[in-house]
Design a protein around this ligand. Structure first.
Ligand SMILES: C[S@@+](CC[C@H](N)C(=O)[O-])C[C@H]1O[C@@H](n2cnc3c(N)ncnc32)[C@H](O)[C@@H]1O
Length: 275
């Protein structure tokens, strides 16, 4: 049996157990090539717990006496995100979606869902886009922003970001949507009016979705890529149920939806429309 022998021991067997638990709790698939990455992600927990062998860590994850499962989940998720990531989606929201709702007689509510929102840059970018386009109109816009990882959600709900994170935004946007604090010159805070549009909630895409919907659009970007095909299919069917006919689904740039044709038309550029 081979083992990665560094600060901690992780045998092939304990890697297999960790991968199986990750799949069970999150749907994320870790192939053998992700061994070093998993090791790196769990190293901090091992250190905090004073453990030397991953074999001793695995039982803690499933032991209900420990609150390890959420820490395990938070450690293994990939949370990379940014404001206006994949900007063509926000252009579409502004130019196509908003124009359509303005012209339609669909009512006065817009409901969006950012289904793996990480630290919040995605739902805040959507909220900025809707607010700028629909300013002065009667539209009531709300975005539900969910993630499995409780730590990123906490960050998202505080809305505080390193100044660097908004450096690509126009000066006008920075001024309009972010507050500076002279006592903390390295960070900015999202303005309360934007925060009021978004509700952050913990939600595992593998489990039940209690919200009623229907949504006008769903962002589920850069998370499908971690799931296997049956999981992707199940989630996609769920999105089809939660989206109104004509609503939009945005996925990540490197993601490919197999079998999306059952419920969705592809509009190109990783944008799908509910039939
Ligand atoms: C790479 S980030 C993507 C963030 C954002 N959507 C974007 O594209 O910039 C992936 C997010 O998916 C979340 N995630 C992973 N598995 C999940 C699951 N089963 N249910 C809900 N969120 C999950 C992770 O916690 C992480 O924050």
């Amino acid at each position: 049996m081979s083992a990665i022998q560094r600060e901690f021991t992780m045998s092939d067997e304990s890697f297999k157990t960790v991968s199986e638990l990750a799949y069970q709790y999150t749907g994320i698939v870790f192939g053998d090539h992700k061994k070093d990455m998993v090791y790196g992600r769990l190293a901090r927990r091992m250190r905090e717990l004073g453990l030397k062998d991953m074999t001793d860590y695995c039982p803690l994850i499933t032991d209900s006496g420990h609150d390890e499962v959420s820490k395990f989940i938070n450690a293994i998720t990939t949370n990379l995100t940014s404001f206006f990531r994949e900007p063509h989606h926000f252009d579409f929201l502004e130019d196509t979606f908003c124009e359509e709702v303005i012209r339609s007689s669909k009512g006065s509510k817009i409901r969006g869902w950012s289904a793996a929102c990480s630290t919040g840059e995605e739902p805040y970018s959507a909220a900025i886009t809707l607010s700028e386009k629909l300013i002065g109109t009667h539209w009531d816009c709300k975005i539900l922003a969910t993630d499995l990882d409780s730590k990123v959600l906490e960050h998202a709900s505080h809305g505080i970001y390193d100044k660097d994170r908004i450096k690509s935004l126009t000066a006008d946007r920075k001024k309009k949507w972010f507050l500076s604090d002279p006592n903390r010159p390295d960070v900015v805070k999202v303005k309360p009016s934007l925060q009021a549009m978004i509700k952050f909630k913990r939600l595992n895409l593998l489990e039940g979705w209690p919200m009623k919907g229907p949504f006008d659009f769903i962002f589920c970007r850069n998370v499908f890529i971690y799931f296997d095909l049956p999981t992707q299919q199940k989630i996609l069917n769920g999105f089809a149920e939660k989206l109104r006919p004509g609503g939009y689904l945005f996925i990540g740039h490197s993601e490919n939806l197999h079998d999306a044709g059952k419920h969705f038309d592809s509009l190109g550029k990783t944008i799908y429309q509910r039939r």
